[in-house]
Design a protein. Structure first.
Length: 285
């Protein structure tokens, strides 16, 4: 029976550390730390995420600036706002909540954010830095997962790490972070032949595909660390991960629940990146 990795507890600890450091930085240098959160349209899930991000800012002592734009906002209007935020000294981090309404060009929007304020680490400059292992900002979800793995005390070095999913937001950067810690990394995806065979080799298994219960207990090696990034809404309204928790927990040594696993970590790492952005701007070590 696996130990359950408590994402809420780890995230609270990370936020507590950030709050302490923020208070110290504010007191010593007399600066404020600000995060601009931009939301376009009225997607209910995005609204919840944005509210949680604002709440987290309050918890750690940042100022949050919300820009809630109508679903009809044009590309030019959005780019103008980002340009303004890029130049605003009160804003250390800029977060544009994704997905954007279909008529907007997401890639162009991401590219317009100053890399120094790109606390999501989505800008190609920051993505490239992750590739070569010289980064200021870690992509929030993979960075949160690294914290969760660290919290188990399991060493990554030399281990078989299998990442299921190859998205730019999770799968690809996750694989890089595991590689930087000297894991032996396999990336699986929708075209992988015999997914089960790959999963069964994993000492550390990260699943981020958005398919409810794709990975079941029989696909998991005895004693593996299992990280479930899935957040799927079932017809009965319940949330469910990409891993079949009930069968997986019988095989894993550590496993994340959904909800309460990876989710809370993402926002904590966003706060960490915002603090990092402010420290770099002000030349604070
Ligand atoms: N939408 C879903 N996840 C994310 C994220 O990590 N950052 C942003 N900006 N939008 C998202």
């Amino acid at each position: 029976m696996a130990n359950i990795i408590d994402g809420k507890a780890v995230s609270a600890r990370v936020k507590e550390e950030i709050a302490k450091e923020t208070a110290a930085v504010k007191a010593k240098y007399g600066i404020n730390i600000g995060l601009a959160v931009v939301i376009v349209g009225d997607d209910p899930a995005s609204r919840i995420y944005v509210n949680n991000k604002k709440k987290a800012c309050e918890t750690v002592g940042f100022t949050s600036y919300e820009y809630a734009l109508s679903a009809e906002t044009t590309q030019e209007e959005l780019l103008q706002l980002i340009d303004k935020l890029n130049k605003d000294d009160n804003v250390n981090g800029i977060l544009v909540q994704l997905p954007l309404p279909k008529h907007l060009d997401e890639k162009a929007v991401i590219n317009s954010i100053s890399p120094e304020k790109d606390v999501d680490a989505f800008h190609p400059v920051n993505v490239g830095k992750i590739m070569i292992g010289e980064y200021s900002f870690l992509p929030c979800t993979p960075a949160g997962i690294m914290e969760l793995i660290t919290s188990t005390g399991v060493e990554i070095k030399g281990k078989e790490c299998v990442v299921v999913g190859r998205s730019n937001i999770v799968g690809k950067p996750m694989s890089m972070l595991l590689l930087h810690q000297s894991g032996t990394v396999t990336i699986c995806h929708s075209k992988t032949q015999d997914l089960a065979q790959h999963c069964r080799k994993a000492d550390i298994l990260v699943v981020a595909v958005g398919v409810p219960k794709l990975v079941s207990g029989d696909m998991i090696k005895e004693g593996a660390v299992v990280i479930d990034v899935g957040m799927n809404r079932l017809e009965n309204g319940k949330l469910c991960g990409d891993v079949d928790f009930d069968s997986a927990k019988e095989k894993a040594s550590f496993i994340t629940p959904v909800p309460g696993g990876v989710g809370p970590m993402t926002i904590a790492m966003l706060m960490k990146n915002t603090l990092t952005a402010a420290k770099i701007k002000h030349g604070i070590e």
